[in-house]
Unconditional design. Structure first.
Length: 197
């Protein structure tokens, strides 16, 4: 009789452990099913989510947006998708360069009494505009087109690095009202982007 009681207790324990394991497996499966891989935000999402407050934040958001567009181009396979991305890249870069040249650069140049950084950045913009002219409105036709986009991407990265590491910190250290500059830049961007549609 004692053996029968021990066996019953043992069977009940095993059943309890099995039930507990089954419940844990179900819970884990449900948790795993609910976990989705983290995706990088798309360029459109970055653009919609970015509401910078000052000029430097606004320009940094542009840099991030264009970087994301270049990343999307690298992973794009269809000619139509590449063409769409190149159009966006060219528009964003053209508008960005124009607002910097019209609003940000003159203000920073004056505040810093700069004779080197801003002129160099302006020359880099001119080179970038030449690259844009080579790909804007052109059908993506293979490796030479892809190479031009790659060179453009690398050139933009270089330019962005100089702006963010040299120009922006010096501009921030001035008495410029970055919020006021940001408002002017945002308004001008809005006008220019509307004209590009």
């Amino acid at each position: 009789m004692a053996t029968a009681i021990k066996k019953t207790l043992h069977d009940e324990k095993v059943a309890s452990v099995n039930k507990s394991m089954l419940t844990n497996k179900e819970t884990t499966s449900k948790k795993n099913a609910a976990i989705k891989p983290i995706k990088k935000p798309t360029a459109a999402q970055l653009k919609a989510n970015s509401k910078p407050q000052d000029a430097i934040a606004l320009l940094r958001a542009d840099h991030k947006l264009v970087s994301t567009l270049f990343d999307e181009y690298e992973s794009a396979r269809s000619t139509n998708k590449k063409k769409e991305l190149v159009t966006k890249i060219c528009t964003e870069l053209t508008v960005h360069a124009q607002v910097e040249e019209e609003i940000f650069y003159p203000a920073v140049k004056l505040a810093l009494k700069d004779k080197e950084l801003i002129p160099e950045a302006t020359v880099e913009h001119a080179t970038l505009k030449d690259l844009i002219a080579q790909v804007e409105g052109v059908e993506p036709d293979g490796e030479m087109f892809d190479a031009k986009i790659k060179v453009m991407s690398e050139y933009v990265k270089h330019h962005v690095k100089e702006e963010q590491n040299e120009i922006f910190p010096k501009a921030k250290a001035t008495k410029l009202d970055m919020l006021e500059l940001g408002e002017k830049i945002a308004q001008r961007k809005k006008e220019l982007l509307a004209a590009h549609k």
